[in-house]
Design a protein around this ligand. Structure first.
Ligand code: ADP
Ligand code: MG
Length: 170
């Protein structure tokens, strides 16, 4: 795993799904209630796989997590509620709003939104963004960007610490 600082964020390169799980654990350890995380990247990039990694780290049974496909919102019970959105099949961003997505932002859980670029204007302004670039078969680049500088410093320090933890802790 290679971690580099970016402006208001971190770039994390993983070599395997195990490392994606490690990233998921690190994120789960720093995410707090009412944080919205947008996931951006092409089909097969690993958006759902990262949601799975985060949710499992929060105690959600792995079988509970699916690719939402025809369902816009899945709710999972972990140590915090996890609200998993897949906006791929939405016809328009206004449909996202009409479906009441914004009622989830402050509902006490963590919101993970796939295809966040399609509904960027509908997300809260302080949403985190993770852009995923597939590199090779099992390697991926995750670029995490936080939107506010104050929040950024503490969160990124914490996340960097969490990423340093041994891969065999979960
Ligand atoms: N390091 C990795 N991180 C995430 N997914 C990976 C990784 N290596 C291989 N994969 C595979 O890539 C695919 C990602 O699929 P998925 O998460 O459904 O993509 P998306 O939701 O972005 O369309 C899965 O088949 C997964 O097993
Ligand atoms: Mg997906």
């Amino acid at each position: 795993m290679r971690v580099e600082e970016m402006n208001l964020g971190l770039s994390i390169e993983v070599e395997s799904e195990d490392e994606t799980d490690r990233l998921g654990r690190a994120l789960a350890s720093v995410l707090t209630a009412n944080t919205v995380v947008g996931l951006v990247g092409p089909l097969g990039a690993g958006k759902t796989r990262l949601v799975q990694a985060i949710a499992v780290a929060l105690g959600v049974p792995e079988q509970a997590i699916s690719s939402p496909t025809f369902v816009l919102i899945h709710e999972y019970e972990g140590s915090l509620p996890v609200y998993h959105f897949d906006t791929y099949r939405l016809r328009s961003p206004t449909e996202f709003e009409a479906l009441g997505a914004d009622e989830y932002w402050n509902a006490g859980g963590i919101c993970l939104v796939e295809w966040a670029d399609r509904v960027a204007d509908q997300l809260p302004r302080d949403a985190w963004m993770i852009r995923i670039t597939p590199l090779e078969r099992t390697s991926r680049r995750f670029e995490l960007e936080l939107n506010t500088a104050e929040e950024c410093i503490a969160n990124l320090r914490e996340l960097r610490c969490a990423l340093r933890q041994k891969p065999d802790t979960g």
